[in-house]
Ligand binder design. Structure first.
Ligand SMILES: [Zn+2]
Length: 467
């Protein structure tokens, strides 16, 4: 056996493979995972030049995938986080990013925050002309160009998936802007897709429940149902525009992530995605082409605060995922209850129902809305309680194992990359998060306190707390 560069041994190697196996040790050689098993099995890979890291009862996870994270925006606002800032009484102000170099610096600053948290992959959800002039310029086309520059130079410090944005950020979108936008080059054709993949588009279907702008079946406490946030003078026209955008982006080969929070917005978005996917399957059935491209598309709902049971069934049938943010949920009952009441607040974030229905679930931070700390996200999804507050909707709690999968393997699936990242299996890239304690045996409320010891990206130690 070839000697390994790195071996982690003497703890819980939480593989997140298909059987959720726990191993004792893992070896890394030349950027890849080359052995996973007992300490004795993996010990055979230890040579004179191997760095051996004793886990001392700690654990190793696959590198964390924060699958909805505005990293350049995080860099522009750092160290402020939006929800923390609102608790202090004011919305934080970003630094103005004047040019591409400033945007590179913001992306780099984000990496300084993310690597000590064990994050090795993220999705930058929404870069493009729609965000021009907002958030210090952190989400515009120059930011996409800065990512392409960094990838071309081999200087990205996480694996990045980008969704482009042609409508307004948190605002109105039109079919014409989307069609024109998708005709423009991403500039990313020649970069290594394992480091930078411009996968598709982000669309906004509606707003958010606290602002009464999520499109809901049931009225808000003060009346009104919210509405779709796309062009059109009435619900029918807006729905037609949303469906046209989803259909167009799908036929253009894009992955589609749609911000949708109200149950009506989620339901109609899922219906449109399912129809686009079904049309592919029909045309493939009539020809020699396979339907593989449709299965590989990985469309998903972003946020999905309220999702009806029928919608969950359709999502599972078509492999449409939900990308949810438990830390936002547990931080905001005080904003949600005045809008929709306590009962409906408890029913939001239906993670248990989604998993039971077979819907792919990703968890993420939406940083800089919340700190990109997956440990807090896991605790929020498992406990559904804010500090000292009551448990909200106990039926929707999920297990730690499920939450860890939602931050690792499910993110890889969302990226269409489950064959080569997202779990600790031989042959996959060596992206790892090394912990001082085992989150599967720690009390869930203590998970946010587990120390992150090391982060390994592509086989290199990029963060080492002891160094
Ligand atoms: Zn977001």
């Amino acid at each position: 056996m070839e000697h390994a560069d790195l071996v982690f041994t003497g703890g819980a190697v939480i593989t997140v493979d298909g059987a959720d196996r726990i191993a004792e040790a893992v070896a890394v050689t030349g950027g890849l995972i080359t052995a996973v098993g007992t300490a004795e099995e993996v010990g055979a890979a230890i040579g004179p030049d191997t760095r051996v890291v004793r886990l001392d009862g700690g654990a190793v996870l696959p590198g964390i995938n924060d699958s909805h994270l505005h990293a350049a925006m995080l860099g522009a606002y750092w160290p402020a986080m939006w929800l923390d800032g609102m608790a202090d009484g004011g919305f934080p102000v970003p630094r103005q990013l004047a040019d591409r170099a400033d945007r590179r610096a913001a992306i780099d600053l984000a990496a300084d925050v993310l690597q000590p948290l064990g994050i090795t992959s993220y999705t930058e959800p929404g870069l493009g002309p729609g965000a021009r002039g907002q958030h210090g310029g952190a989400c515009d086309d120059e930011t996409l160009a800065a990512y392409v520059d960094a990838a071309t130079a081999g200087e990205l410090r996480a694996r990045v998936t980008v969704l482009r944005l042609f409508g307004e950020l948190d605002g109105l979108s039109t079919v014409a802007d989307l069609v024109a936008g998708l005709d423009r080059s991403t500039g990313a054709d020649d970069v290594d897709p394992r480091w930078l993949a411009v996968a598709g588009v982000k669309l906004f279907a509606d707003g958010i429940p606290p602002m009464h702008s999520a499109w809901m079946s049931e009225p808000y406490l003060g009346g009104g149902h919210g509405t779709l946030m796309v062009e059109g003078d009435d619900d029918d026209a807006r729905l037609a525009a949303l469906r046209a955008m989803i259909g167009h982006a799908h036929r253009a080969g894009c992955q589609i992530g749609v911000h949708a929070t109200g149950d009506r917005a989620v339901g109609e978005t899922v219906r449109a995605m399912a129809e686009a996917l079904a049309a592919d399957a029909d045309s493939a059935a009539g020809s020699d082409a396979t339907a593989g491209s449709a299965a590989a598309r990985r469309h998903y709902i972003i946020h999905g605060d309220a999702i009806g049971p029928d919608t969950l069934t359709t999502m599972a049938e078509h492999g449409i995922g939900v990308n949810a943010q438990p830390s936002i949920y547990t931080a905001t009952p005080g904003m949600l209850e005045p809008a929709i009441g306590a009962c409906r607040t408890d029913e939001l974030l239906p993670l248990r129902s989604a998993l039971d229905a077979g819907v792919p679930v990703c968890l993420s931070s939406d940083g800089p809305v919340t700190m990109p700390d997956w440990r807090r996200g896991v605790a929020s999804a498992v406990l559904r309680t804010a500090e000292a507050g009551p448990v909200r909707g106990p039926d929707q709690r999920i297990a730690v194992t499920e939450a860890l999968r939602a931050y690792t393997m499910s993110g890889a699936r969302q990226d269409g990359a489950e064959d080569w990242k997202g779990s600790i299996e031989v042959g996959k890239v060596a992206d790892l998060c090394v912990l001082a304690a085992d989150p599967l045996t720690a009390p869930p409320e203590k998970i946010p306190e587990i120390e992150i010891r090391m982060t390994v990206l592509d086989g290199r130690v990029v963060f080492d707390r002891e160094a």
